[in-house]
Design a protein around this ligand. Structure first.
Ligand code: LIP
Length: 257
């Protein structure tokens, strides 16, 4: 197993914490300038941009040959086997409303396969990390998914599209699922939801229409913590269909989605 993945994990952890501290302190003086992207509710603040710039600058110093893809427009083609997928603030709506559920998500991938990851939650100062084949941790504590074996006692996380056209079908899916589970949570940041499955705060999380930068780091953290990951049909996961759960309820969720 590659110790290089541990080194990459530590790079991601250090930079995620630095970017998280920047935006957390910055938010105390307001969200700054705010613009919209794909819809009137898909926002980007000056702190999203500042965070991505810091991450870009720090990765450039320590990993100069790597490729980098960031949510706010970074597309750097490198010469090494590694590509960094960066969400500088995942949960921007929460950040904008000064709610705590936002995260800095940084993953090193070979192709689209994550091999090292860090997700930092600035408001709770929780740092989730993972290295492929080595495990996942919250701080220094190793992570394991919950032991839930039945959908009717499962706490399920999900999220919804910025596109109002997609929300009708998403709402209908939730209304079909809700009577058969313990409850539903919509935390607002995919990276945090995936980490919550990894540490057992959620028994499962599903969402469609994500981007690689939302998914990559949390996917590795969850799978290294023992989660089963797939699309809604049980096939390989993609950002457009994400289903991550403790193993005991995975097949029941596939049947229910
Ligand atoms: C968010 C995701 C979340 C989803 C939101 C949004 P962003 O990413 O993390 O799971 O439900 O609609 O896409 O835009 O805050 O980086």
């Amino acid at each position: 197993m590659s110790t290089e993945y541990i080194a990459l994990m530590n790079v991601a952890a250090r930079i995620a914490r630095q970017a998280g501290d920047l935006v957390y302190v910055g938010r105390r003086n307001g969200a700054g300038s705010v613009q919209t992207k794909s819809s009137a509710t898909d926002m980007v603040t000056e702190w999203d941009a500042a965070s991505e710039q810091l991450i870009l600058q720090q990765l450039g110093l320590v990993r100069p040959g790597d490729s980098i893809i960031g949510e706010e427009g970074t597309q750097i083609v490198g010469t090494s086997p590694y590509t960094w997928f960066v969400d500088p603030i995942d949960g921007t709506t929460n950040f904008l409303y000064n709610l705590s559920g936002y995260a800095i998500s940084i993953a090193a991938c070979i192709g689209v396969e994550p091999v090292a990851a860090a997700v930092f939650l600035p408001a709770t100062r929780e740092l989730f990390v993972a290295a492929q084949g080595h495990g996942a941790w919250l701080g220094s504590n190793p992570l394991r998914v919950s032991s839930c074996e039945s959908l009717d006692t499962a706490l399920i996380g999900t999220g919804f599209s910025y596109s109002s056209a997609r929300r009708d079908a998403q709402g209908q899916r939730i209304s079909r699922l809700l009577p058969h589970v313990r409850d539903i949570r919509r935390c607002g940041a995919a990276a945090a939801d995936l980490c919550f499955v990894a540490c057992g705060r959620l028994d499962a999380y599903f969402e469609e229409g994500l981007q690689s930068w939302d998914l990559a780091a949390g996917q590795l953290i969850a799978s290294e913590a023992g989660a089963k990951i797939s699309n809604f049909s049980g096939e390989p996961i993609t950002p457009s269909e994400v289903l991550v759960s403790t193993p005991g309820i995975h097949s029941s969720l596939i049947a229910s989605l």
